[in-house]
Unconditional design. Structure first.
Lengths: 182, 328
């Protein structure tokens, strides 16, 4: 069952982009849209959007870079580990949970490291990869999405995004403990 | 809130770095200025006035561990060169390589990312090979690392942004054709029962809805290259509905939370890495990840809907009472 689900999704993922292109441009042709001209007209904005993001992403990433390089993470881990021990979350995975919303590549590196040290099929290995798959890089998405339209006041997006991350991590610990628990 | 989180990241980072460096100055973990006794095994014997010796620096593992207070598995056999300067003083140079102990690699990196470690030799007897050396000073490690990170990450941000140009152009082009052909509208109508609940402020047939649906679909399928451009297209459309420039609307926040929840049907990156490190069943995390991301998305949606009712967030969306005559 799981195998079937996986292969169906894999086929969908592989075929999705050619299909998108085919359907969108093909339908345009049917509707007598001047496809080439309209495509170019739309594509023109690609450059501006990308450039508009730069200041927002620089602000976000350099702050995250400084935080990570300083080793402040160790301090936060030491402060939080008594709490996470209570809910049965191994201390080794706490840095990953904290880094997940901040840095995509950083948390990917941590996940790989944890699986190398503890084994990918160990409790910690499964938990680490589940945690990685249970959330997205909130700060990055915030900077890119809001940056692209020049939004400086993000209102409640960050607190809501962080609550989502928190529950993603808690959900990962909960389900992995139930299914692969020690 | 972003203001405070952002400045906190910076302040915590810089103060932690400074604190750690000050602590290092007191405890001296790199043994700055402390002489280290060892033996150099060398074959070259120069009779010149300023002799140079190439050899291997030998330090028993226990001595190295005791000196630096770190764990050291095997005896150190570090290739070194001892040179005599014009002044008569002797210098030791150790190129960083496979034979270099991990702690020295760290020190070389901390000393400015050099490929070698240096030291001044206070006593050297070429006959026996006994040597006393003071390794170069290593200090302000974290502050240096912070400085480097700030510049590096600013660079990374530009690389990432510019890297988006191509895919952005591609997907914006396709979307424009879809829009002109009325396809986006058809898609939007199909999903109206869901979207009108999630985004009550967005007219159900607005182009933003179509872009958001496509973004969410691309995310679910793990098509990151397509998802970001489609998401940015959706943001652009949502921004047209905004009553106040530069401020996130409720719909934008909801849309963002759906994205940060990261619901993916197949967590492809994690599975690929699991397979790479030799998992017997890499795909075992599909179900658990969907559960985790489902929790994240559900909690995020509840949070975003509750938070948007708070007076302080409501107030921020109201147009400024007296708009200043800003130049465009």
């Amino acid at each position: 069952m799981a195998e079937l689900f996986r292969s169906v999704i894999n086929v969908m993922s592989a075929a999705a982009i050619p299909l998108f292109i085919l359907v969108f441009l093909g339908w345009g042709l049917v509707k007598k849209v001047k496809v080439y001209e309209v495509f170019v007209e739309g594509a023109k904005d690609g450059f501006n959007t990308a450039v508009r993001i730069i200041p927002y992403l620089v602000a976000m990433l350099f702050a995250i870079g400084i935080f990570r390089a300083s080793g402040a993470m160790d301090v936060v881990v030491a402060l939080l580990s008594p709490v996470t021990n209570l809910i049965g979350m191994p201390a080794e995975t706490l840095p990953l949970a904290l880094l997940r919303p901040l840095s995509g590549s950083g948390s990917m590196g941590l996940m790989t490291e944890l699986m190398k040290v503890h084994g990918p099929d160990s409790f910690i290995g499964v938990l680490a990869s589940t945690m990685y798959g249970s959330s997205e890089t909130t700060f990055y998405i915030l900077a890119v999405y809001f940056g692209s339209v020049g939004i400086k006041n993000t209102r409640h997006a960050l607190p809501a995004g962080l609550i989502a991350d928190l529950f993603g991590m808690l959900g990962a610990v909960f389900i992995v403990r139930i299914l692969f628990g020690v | 809130m972003l203001n405070y989180v952002w400045i906190s990241l910076l302040l915590i980072g810089i103060f932690t770095a400074a604190g750690r460096d000050i602590a290092d100055e007191v405890t001296n973990p790199y043994r700055n200025g402390v002489p280290l006794n060892a033996r150099i095994e060398h074959s070259s014997r120069s009779a010149s006035l300023h002799p140079t010796y190439d050899g291997v620096l030998l330090i028993p593992a226990s001595d190295f561990a005791a000196f630096y207070g770190v764990a050291q598995g095997s005896d150190v056999r570090q290739p070194v060169t001892v040179t005599t300067l014009a002044s008569g003083a002797m210098r030791l140079e150790a190129p960083v390589g496979d034979a270099t102990p991990g702690f020295w690699k760290e020190m070389a990196k901390a000393a400015g990312g050099k490929e070698r470690l240096e030291g001044s030799v206070t006593a050297f007897d070429p006959a026996t090979g006994n040597v006393t050396v003071v390794m170069e000073r290593v200090s302000f490690v974290k502050i240096r690392a912070v400085t480097k990170a700030a510049i590096e990450y600013a660079d990374v941000a530009v690389t990432i942004s510019l890297g988006l140009i191509g895919v952005m152009a591609l997907w914006l082009g396709i979307m424009k054709v879809g829009e002109a052909a009325g396809l986006l509208e058809a898609l939007t109508r199909l999903m109206t029962p869901v979207t009108k609940r999630l985004f009550p402020d967005v007219p159900p047939n607005h182009p933003a809805v179509g872009a958001m649906i496509m973004n969410i679909a691309a995310n679910m399928l793990g098509l990151n290259n397509a998802a970001t451009p489609l998401g940015l297209k959706a943001m652009e459309e949502l921004n047209k509905l905004s009553p106040k420039a530069g401020t996130a609307t409720n719909a934008m926040c909801t849309f963002l939370v759906i994205n940060t929840g990261g619901l993916v049907l197949i967590p492809a990156t994690a599975i690929a890495i699991r397979a790479g490190v030799g998992s017997a069943d890499p795909g075992i995390i599909i179900g658990t990840s969907i559960f985790g991301a489902g929790c994240a998305t559900a909690a995020g949606l509840v949070a975003v809907k509750l938070l948007q009712r708070l007076p302080r967030y409501k107030k921020e969306l109201e147009p400024d009472p007296a708009p200043e005559g800003k130049e465009a």
